[in-house]
Design a protein around this ligand. Sequence first.
Ligand code: G3I
Length: 374
Amino acid sequence: MKLKQTLLPLVIAGLVTACIGGKRTTPSEESSSLKAAFGNKFLIGAALNQRQVSGEDTAAIAIAKHHFNSIVAENCMKCEVIHPEENRYNLTPADSLVDFGEENGMAVIGHCLIWHSQLAPWFCVDSAGKNVSPEVLKQRMKEHISTIVGRYKGRIHGWDVVNEAIMEDGSYRKTKFYEILGKEYIPYAFQCAHEADPEAELYYNDYGMNVPGRRDSVAALVRSLKEKGIRIDAVGMQGHMGMDYPTVEDFEKSLLAFAATGAKVMITEWDMSALPTVSHTANISDTAAYWKALNPYPETLPDSVSRIWNARMKSFFDLFLKHADVITRVTAWGISDGDSWKNDFPMRGRREYPLLFDRNYQPKPFVRELLQTP
Ligand code: G3I
């Protein structure tokens, strides 16, 4: 069955719930779910890891089924995982993710086809480790994209085709793809994806999109794809935020700049660090002091910080609602705090609090506020 058909009941459920908005509900009632409350505005999604897709993390899976109508692969579709060697694909984890999404009537998002990070080491070089020719790289890209997109044809709602290709100053990131093919690798990737599944939506996805240089360059990229007649449906604004960045105003400026290209906007990887931003160049000579600065709340998040974090998250969600005419999906980058990649970034063992559900799988206060549940 085509996804757009499977999504219809979700949209209707959202509409019905919106009509009874304002009423206090118990958590077990359907109206207390994010997808019921906001599914008429945009898809509401979460990234899933393997422990969740396999069913091992039962609490996270219960949340995914109750609250979300879209999922995205946190890691299992990245090149180093799905295509580790030139002649070997590892499709089982991705198959499970797509099956799970389909069984639960969710819009499944593929992440990501062309990215310099988590790229299988063989992809851009020959057996001597030298860059392959432009022709060979194009052939490899085409084979990679058509195999993966083709396998899930008609079952994936949309693909992050190219990820993180533009720098803050607006220049192209000097990846192997760029080194070998120049700017043209981007339209080429979109073209390959479109040929493999003409129905699938296609996205360009990046972080730090509030930064003016990147904002302008991404908007120009989208326009140039459209001028070439290449399909691009949406710009994915990864929402990796902190307590002091971005401002709602800057984020909104970028959102509007992308919408002005005629593309839709998706908030693709939403999380917000609750910890103070520590500059990599901070002059903290003592290692223990540096670790304490990086990991200031190893037990629990103080209420005073939690209040600010929740207010900021609510402000951003309000912004998403304000622009629901152009935003087609809001996706959290994980289910509960315990699973977030931010726990180990930039150092292993760091305790973070960036997601919509806490370590006990309870909704954060701003989520309860949104759902009007006690
Ligand atoms: O697969 C190995 C596993 O075999 C091993 O047991 C385990 C122990 O360390 O590591 C596993 O790999 C890790 C993988 O996540 C799965 O947990 C990698 O070391 C780790 O680097 C990887 O991190 C992912 C990161 O992308 C890599 O760049 C995060 O989970 C994932 O959340 C993060 O997601 C990215 C988006 O794709 C793109 N935008 C930025 C975002 C955050 O960095």
